[in-house]
Design a protein around this ligand. Structure first.
Ligand code: FSX
Length: 411
């Protein structure tokens, strides 16, 4: 059916979407999808939320929301993050809701320009609002590398943060400085939480982040009385970043079976085998990419045959490069330290081994995540055990079964 969009004219979201012609059943379905996102959580999902939220709860909370004010800043970045957010609506109901939750200020998509835009920002800043930030903050040379309305980005950010009731740093640039902060970091780029230190900052990581994760984080705040979701040691919402790409990757059975792509045009590549030897950082990367995918669930990098670059991890431009190499010199997880050996050992008992492997991975992940600290980024997968980091030149055929550490022990 056709929906009539008049913008936010009624007191609550529920009344606005009803006026737009959206049935309660359709809205409930949308809220059920959000509830599922909040419960994504991973293998030990209780870390993400105490219990999966029923659709009725989300409908009750989100439906009662009165028009939120959102300030969305674009600092040092490439605009990929807002592009991703704009493409997160999959159904007409989602589009109606997202349109109604439109932002009061955003340099990339607002019609106003010049003084009118500056005025819109000043007006929004005076009221309680949700602050979303894309992009890094340059700190060198008095911040001249990113000026908005004649002000350096750090000043714009501080002013916008003053009355913010929730702050989201969206994208690798806003979270850790991103590619701007890669060595030698010529502009002194830093993430939002390096500038705003007196309020919590939710880090929605990724370059860019998945659109659904961005909008779900905003929706989480709106449906939980402005409370923040549980965060991991790097400030990322656990409902989205509780599991590694490796844990849900559709190529995982090939990892377990020792079937690897060795070149982008080999038999393994044609058969969709594991991309570990092409430098895939999925085993070190916490992100729900395999679950949500991209562009309305069309595909995702590993689905398209490309190794994961690890863009949701801290300083990945420095730590995870060269991207197409298995990396040397970083401590491995233990489960993966026998990447080859596990693959060799489970041939013939794959199903059982995968289940055990997944359970053990969750335990190891929980242990490793407790040990994480701000100055101790995640270890990269298998780096130390594979010696000099050179890509293995073996054939792309499945490895033969060999005597290795027992799977029970390894797992
Ligand atoms: Fe950075 Fe976002 Fe990568 Fe680009 O706004 S996270 S370069 S996708 O656009 O900031």
């Amino acid at each position: 059916m056709a929906y009539q969009m008049d913008g936010w004219t009624e007191p609550t979201l529920r009344e606005n979407i009803a006026k737009a012609g959206v049935s309660r059943r359709a809205f409930l379905g949308f809220c059920g999808g959000l509830a599922a996102v909040f419960a994504t959580g991973g293998l030990d999902g209780q870390q993400a939320s105490a219990a999966p939220l029923p659709a009725e709860f989300v409908e009750e909370q989100l439906g009662g929301v009165t028009k939120p004010i959102v300030v969305w800043l674009q600092l040092q970045e490439c605009t990929g993050c807002i592009e991703s957010a704009l493409r997160s609506g999959g159904t007409t109901v989602e589009e109606v809701v997202l349109n109604l939750l439109s932002v009061n200020y955003n340099e990339a998509i607002m019609a106003a320009a010049g003084d009118a835009a500056n005025q819109a920002l000043d007006d929004a800043n005076k009221q309680p609002h949700i602050l979303v930030v894309n992009g890094a903050v340059p700190t060198k040379d008095n911040g001249i590398y990113c000026m908005i309305g004649g002000k350096p980005a750090d000043q714009v950010l501080r002013e916008a943060a003053e009355n913010a009731i929730a702050i989201l740093a969206v994208g690798a640039c806003a979270v850790w400085g991103g590619i701007q902060a890669a060595k030698p970091n010529p502009t002194g780029a830093v993430g939002v939480d390096q500038i705003i230190t007196n309020k919590p900052v939710i880090n929605v990581a990724g370059c860019p982040p998945i659109g659904e994760v961005i909008t779900a984080t905003v929706a989480y705040i709106l449906t939980h009385d402005l409370n923040l979701p549980k965060l991991d040691a790097e400030g990322r919402p656990l409902f989205a970043f509780d599991q590694r790409i490796h844990d849900s990757c559709f190529r995982r059975p090939h990892f377990d079976a020792g079937q690897y792509v060795r070149t982008f045009d080999d038999e393994g590549a044609r058969n969709g085998w594991c991309l570990y030897h092409m430098g895939c950082k999925g085993p070190s990367t916490f992100s729900p990419c395999p679950i949500f995918q991209w562009n309305l669930h069309t595909s995702w990098p590993i689905g398209a045959g490309h190794p994961c670059l690890g863009c949701t991890e801290k300083d990945f431009w420095d730590r995870f490069t060269p991207f197409y190499r298995v990396l040397p010199g970083v401590a491995g997880f233990g489960v993966e330290h026998t990447a080859e050996a596990i693959g060799l050992g489970v041939v013939g008992v794959t199903a059982a081994a995968v289940a055990v492997h997944a359970g053990a991975t969750a335990v190891r992940r929980a242990a490793s995540r407790k040990a994480e600290a701000e100055d101790e980024p995640l270890a990269a997968f298998g780096d130390d055990e594979l010696g000099d980091g050179s890509p293995d030149k073996k054939s792309s055929k499945a490895e033969p079964v060999a005597a290795v550490e027992s799977e029970g022990k390894a797992e």
